[in-house]
Structure formats: structure tokens, C-alpha cells
Design a protein around this ligand. Sequence first.
Ligand SMILES: [Zn+2]
Length: 135
Amino acid sequence: MSASKAGLDPEFVKKLNRFEEALAKQDIKVVMTCGYRSLEEQNKLYAKGRTAPGSIVTNARGGYSWHNWGLAADYAFIINGKVTWNGPWDIFGKVAASCGLEWGGGWKKFKDRPHVQWTKGQTLAQMRAAKRARQ
Ligand SMILES: [Zn+2]
């Protein structure tokens, strides 16, 4: 269930560690369920509910999610020893903001409460362009 922080931006990992500590201080225990996703993994996920069985889980194709750039992570709560998505999301969002993270639960169009990201002031288009330039 718990995901590794491998593949994530080292500065972002520091922020996540501070975030988790800040939550722990409020007696909120969380587990990271997803961190870095390769473009291939993202495209597979995007196919779900579209060209592959299942229901739609993301609106982002490969390169269109901050997970693909090592700058996003998803969390769940651990309550009474069990992983759950029913928890104090409001506090989660406030603590994320105080740690300099953008919270998906604050989005207007597609609320993604388990999701936090750190864009470094960049856009996804800039990230994709930089990758193309490296190839
Ligand atoms: Zn996410």
C-alpha cells in the first residue's frame, strides 16, 4: 500500500517529510500511496475507463501530471491501524499549504483530495518542453 519516495525530486521529498511530521504533531497519521509515475504508467492509468476496463481515475495523460515529474504525491490516512480515505482532509489541506505544497482538494474542477504537489513555479507545458529539449 505504501509507496516509495524514489523518483521524487529531493527538495520535494524534504517538503513531504516536513508535511508528514507536521501532521503527526496533530496526531494525524498518513501513508503515501503514490509518488513518482513514469509516462508509461500514467498512460496506462489514463487508459482505464477509456480504452481499458475499469472506471476513469485520472484526466491526465503521460506528461500531464506532476506525478510524472516527481513533484506530486498521494496520501491516505491511517486510522485505527487501517488505511482509509475518510479522514480530516480540511486539516490535511491546511497543513499542506503551510508546508508550501499545493493541495488537490482546493481545485475547483477536479477535486483530488489525496494529492499534493509542488510545481516550483513551473507549468506542465514547461516541464514537457524541457524534456523534449533534453532528448
Ligand atoms: Zn495525485
